[in-house]
Write a protein that binds this ligand. Sequence first.
Ligand SMILES: [Zn+2]
Length: 69
Amino acid sequence: MKETDLPCSECGAQVVERIAFTADLPVDGRGSVRVAECLDCGARYYPNQTVRQLARQSTDARRRRTAER
Ligand SMILES: [Zn+2]
């Protein structure tokens, strides 16, 4: 079952899958990730896969910065 099969927990409207760029998100790392976004209120949901991807990228970014110092 995909996250986008679930209704929005805020308003109950349908959520759709879309691509979000990590530059728009409060995380380190570059690229794009899949998010589920509510068509009605704009609430965003992050699939488990995306959360793992972001966590990995953040760790990589920290490691890079440490190495540059
Ligand atoms: Zn909503």
